[in-house]
Design a protein around this ligand. Sequence first.
Ligand SMILES: [Zn+2]
Length: 359
Amino acid sequence: MTKLSATTVSALIEELIQLKLVEELGEKQTTGVGRRAISLQINKDGGYVIGLSFGNQYLRCAIMNLHGECIAEYRTEIEKGNDRIAGQIDEALSYCMQQASGVDSSLIKGIGVSTPGIIDSSGEIVLVSRYLQLNQFNVKAHIAASYPNIPVKLVNDSNAAAFAEFYSGAAKGISNIVYLTINEGIGSGIIIDSTIYAGFQGTAGEIGHIPVDPGGEQCTCGAVGCIETVLTSPYILKKSQAMALKREVPIPAAFGEVLERYNSGEEWLEPIFDKVQYVTTFMLASAGNFVSPEVMIIEGWMNGSPRFMSQVKEAIEAFPFPLPFRQERIIPASFGDKGSLYGAATLMLQQIFSASVLK
Ligand SMILES: [Zn+2]
């Protein structure tokens, strides 16, 4: 692939073995003449990366080896504001470093951090995150105070999750992907030609704030009737509670209960979910028409309702795209809500292994 001579390859491999990045697996059985081939692999303990993710609910941290295997993991309920989250970062990093006590910290090749909100162009500062109440939070400088020699890179949480599915998850080996996460909010990540597409100033993918419901609910962004006000769990819960009151059925206390009762076929929920299904189909059809991904990956509450998903998949298959979109191309995320954590770490792995000559 590289068009290098065998001698050059041998010399380079020898160098990588010296650096402990590659190891020999032993001789390979061959039938041909000449020197016997030796199998090689990446030495999994030749280096490590750290993933750190700020989620809606948890702050998570993980140390991974070069094979992408987790060797230490930490999770805690996330707090809000620059100072509190800075403290939680210190706690998470020192816990994981302690758990991976055999690891030489000079072998840590990078820390990938996934966060909601807007990130500056250098990938070091969270400019603003409304939800986590972060404001001009210089994550890179904060981590550098304790770990001055480790590169730090920030990435948007949905983009990180999309990248994890692309790198080693449900969409492994697929180069054009739309990833959607639908829970308390909606996030999306777009991968075009194997690269995250973040858009001008990094704000692409705000599909949840496309208005679809004139005269509908007020959205957190300030507009009225955004997709988020129809598809996300807090809004569905609120509408279900109002409907239950009107229909004189027991009022659901939480979204999980609404979904359970819908799955078991309670008929009074049909009108609400009919609209949710219609708007979901609209959203996926728009993404399909606009980006033309090979697959669309879904994370969130919808995966908890096979009944709902099969209706959406059928509607997409029946949708008049220029070329048909088979329902097998809509797939559940394989990492669930850990996608952005794994994505943050694997993005650092990819930086280590990316070789432009092999593209
Ligand atoms: Zn909105």
